[in-house]
Design a binder for this molecule. Structure first.
Ligand code: PMT
Length: 402
């Protein structure tokens, strides 16, 4: 996702400096060329060698380094950067940058760069709420600097409150968003993800193998591309994507209610959820006791949420662009195109869930995309994040004519 991107990671002196190692790992894993600048205080917490080894690049610590200064190190780093991330960012560094002080390698390079700068602050709660700090942050925000806000929690100093560095995954997503073209800005996209659970009694339910990974990848990617995202999620154990409105549901009926409550605000609906087609006719209020050798549960059909949206055709003007998924184990193209027509969709993503590296509960997928106009395109084996990107490319291209 970050191939060919040059990222400068500025690390400041704070106990959260060790978390910058995890952030560095996420950045390099997704292909970024990361150059680390450490302040003097940061080196009291983590040794530069750790960052050097994990980034495969020399770590910059001194402004006046004789070798690097042959090419004026700070200017050359500043010029080559696609993105600057400062994590953890202390009150001190934010104060200095907000007031134009450039007295070390990190502040000088930030001052010289034209790349976007993303701060991930971490500090004591009283420092964070201090009006001097707040004014500095406000000034930088006004000037277009980006911030990934700290979270609440127990802080290393013993205090409880806001000031804890955001999770490395959250900072990574913010970095990704900063580097992504906002071709979905102004659009609202509703995405459903995960399985539904249909309760039999207080301890048992009927469900399926959906992990939510495909839908969450779509939500993350759409958010990075500037969309307002409403994610309606069945039960999953995934980390919630930042910047996305999440509505958690359990059953198909709950998912239907949530979808119908929000569909009128949406330009696009993508239904990646694996909705149970049937639910038990009745839910036992107490645990069903084991007695006979066999048991029969009478089932009733759930409403088809997507088909319901397709049938709204004349009710909603303009109707949202509808993207369905087809989870198949045989006759992939035939079954998917049948669903495309029957549910009156604009596009359907057909995946063969019988394959080990595609479909349910894996990080990769392989799909065939079919469109209302009869055209189709294959998407070979790729990560679910990449497939989400391809799906959204097609949505963007067709949305203009919708
Ligand atoms: O969550 P993961 O582990 O990452 O797995 C991803 C996935 C396999 C779940 C995903 O890629 C996928 O295929 N999702 C659709 C699963 C499914 O229910 O397919 P279907 O062919 O049964 O349904 C067709 C479409 O109708 C789907 O968009 C579905 O959301 C929708 N539907 C189905 C039944 C129903 N009652 N209401 C619906 O809206």
């Amino acid at each position: 996702m970050l191939r060919n991107k040059k990222i400068i990671l500025g690390v400041c002196g704070g106990i959260a400096a060790y978390k910058a190692i995890e952030l560095l790992r996420l950045l390099t894993k997704s292909g970024a060329d990361v150059h680390v600048i450490m302040t003097r205080a940061a080196q009291e917490f983590v040794a530069p060698l750790t960052f050097q080894t994990l980034s495969s690049n020399p770590v910059h610590t001194e402004l006046f380094n004789l070798i690097a200064e042959r090419e004026i190190g700070h200017i050359s780093l500043a010029d080559r950067a696609d993105l600057f991330i400062i994590a953890p960012a202390t009150a001190n560094i934010i104060g200095k940058i907000a007031n134009g002080i450039a007295d070390d390698m990190l502040t000088t390079t930030v001052m010289a760069t034209k790349a976007p700068v993303l701060f991930a602050p971490a500090m004591n709660v009283n420092m964070f709420t201090n009006p001097i700090y707040q004014e500095n942050e406000e000034k930088l925000r006004r000037l277009g600097y980006l911030f990934e806000a700290p979270v609440c929690g127990s802080l290393a100093c013993g205090w409880q409150g806001e000031g804890k560095l955001a999770a490395p995954e959250t900072i990574f997503e913010a970095a990704l968003a900063a580097l992504t073209e906002k071709d979905l800005a102004g659009r609202t996209i509703l995405i459903t993800a995960g399985p539904t659970r249909e309760e039999i009694d207080p301890v048992r339910y009927i469900s399926n193998h959906s992990s939510g990974k495909m839908g969450y990848a779509l939500a993350r990617t759409a958010h990075c591309r500037g969309a307002k995202v409403i994610l309606i999620s069945g039960p999953t154990s995934l980390i919630k994507p930042g910047g996305v409105d999440i509505i958690e549901v359990t059953s198909a009926l709950e998912m239907q209610n949530a979808v119908m409550a929000h569909v009128s605000e949406c330009h696009v609906v993508i239904k990646a959820a694996a909705v149970a087609d049937y639910r038990p006719l009745t839910r036992n209020l107490t645990k069903i006791k084991k007695s006979a050798d066999s048991a029969t549960i009478e089932m009733i059909k759930n409403p088809d949420i997507l088909a319901g949206l397709g049938a709204l055709d004349n009710g909603l003007k303009p109707r949202p662009f509808l993207v369905g998924f087809a989870a198949e184990t045989d006759a992939l193209a035939e079954n998917a195109t049948k669903k495309l027509k029957e549910k009156n969709l604009d596009m359907i993503v057909a995946n063969d869930v019988s394959q080990a590296d595609a479909g349910f509960n894996v990080d990769t997928n392989r799909a065939l995309l079919f469109f209302k106009d009869g055209s189709s395109t294959p998407c070979g084996l790729m990560s679910k994040d990449q497939l989400a990107g391809s799906i959204l490319d097609h949505v963007v291209a067709r949305l203009a004519q919708h």
